[in-house]
Structure formats: C-alpha cells, structure tokens
Design a protein around this ligand. Sequence first.
Ligand code: HEM
Length: 226
Amino acid sequence: MNALTRCLDTYWSSSIGKKLIVAITGLVLVVFLAGHLSGNLLMYVGREAFNEYAHFLHTMLHGAGVWIARIGLLVMLVLHVAATISLTRQNRAARQAYEHKATIQASKSSRIMIVSGLTILAFVIFHILHYTVRVDSDLAKLGATDPYGMVVVGFRNPLVVIFYVISMTLLCSHLSHGVASIFQTLGLRSKKAQGLIKQISLAYSLAIWAGFISIPISVLAGIINL
Ligand code: HEM
C-alpha cells in the first residue's frame, strides 16, 4: 500500500476523518465555483472576451491544464460524495441505537443536503453533456469555434433555463449549509464567530446563485445575444 492510500485509509476509518474529507473536498469545489462563475461572467463583456478565455482554458500547459483540472475536480467530487454516503450510513446506524430529538433534527438537515447534493450531481452530468461533450450537434459545431455562441444557443430553450434555475437554487441551499459546515469541521466556528460565519455562507451562496442564474435568464431576455 503506498503512502497516499495509507493516508486515505486512516482518514476513512474514522468519522472525523471522513468529515475532514467532505470539508476539504467541499472547499476545493466551492473555490472552483467562484472561478467558474468569474470566467462565465465574461459572457457580459462579449464574444471576443469569452472566446479568448475558453481558448486559454483549452490551451494552457499545451492542453494538459484542462485535463489536470478535470481529473482533480472528478477526484474531489467522487471523494465528497463517497464520504458523505458513508457518513450518512454510519449516522443512520447510530440513530437506530439512540433515538433523540436532536438527532432527528440533524437527520432532517442532512436529508435536505442529500437531496440537493444528488440534484447538483444530476445537473453536473447534464451540464457536461450539454457544454463539454456537446451531445447536441448544433452546439458541437459552435463549440469548436465559438463557445460564446454555443452558450447563447444552449440557453435559448426555456426548459433548459428552468432546469438550470432550479439546480442553481438547490446549489445555493446546499452551499449555504455546506460552507458553514466547512468552518465547523475545520474548527474555525467559535461561538463568537457563529453569526458572522452564517452570514458569510449565506452571502457567498446568494452571490453564486445570482451570478449563475443571471446568464441563462439574460440570454432568454435577449440581454446576452449573438
Ligand atoms: C449559467 C451557469 C453556467 C454556465 C454558463 C457554464 C458554462 C460552462 C461551459 C461553457 C463549460 C464548457 C467548458 C469547455 O469544455 O469548453 C462548462 C463546463 C463545466 N461546468 Fe459549467 N457553467 C455554468 C454553471 C456551472 C455550475 C453551477 C457548475 C457546478 C455545480 C458547473 C460545473 C462545470 C463543470 C464540472 C464543467 C466541466 C469542465 C470541463 O471538463 O470542461 N458549471 N461550464
């Protein structure tokens, strides 16, 4: 067993270790979302700026950069989901042994996290088929030369926009709870800082929600167009 699998095994065998895995992978995904949104907001600057940005992403480190990011994100996502499932199973077993009001409350909020988390997972699969794999042949043709045009045409379908808005809303709910939990797991949530951390989590989630939903809505409203 090499050092990395030994280290993961140590973390995986304890519940606090798994919580740390959920927190650290969650933090990486939270940072990714801020970066992805910043890049996507270039849609408001115009076709040239957005296409230059997309070109940069695909050519950095001679094309290896985008694959390093993809593999890194996939590892983070798999670890995040697997550790959450394992923790949920562990909590359920503990709950059966000891029923208490507080545990029932905790399970309610973790159920909301699981439902929003699974919807985000379904969204990410749809989103990758939509804009990265480009299963739609019209989007595939545009994606190769004009990513800006591909995003605009992709959001001309109101059903797609509704799906994005619902998914982003659940993402916002997931983040507002998740970001505060990261602080707690990393031991950064003192009683004094609790209120501030709650506000930071909510402000961050709302900013991510508003930024992401604004793009498909602006396309439908004709504010972003070809
Ligand atoms: C309006 C909102 C969004 C827009 C306009 C958008 C746009 C895009 C585009 C154009 C790509 C393709 C990049 C390429 O391969 O050229 C992409 C990829 C991706 N997006 Fe988004 N995105 C949005 C929201 C999100 C959200 C909320 C998430 C995560 C929850 C997300 C996660 C990803 C991932 C994981 C990829 C795959 C990266 C890759 O392998 O290429 N996106 N997005």
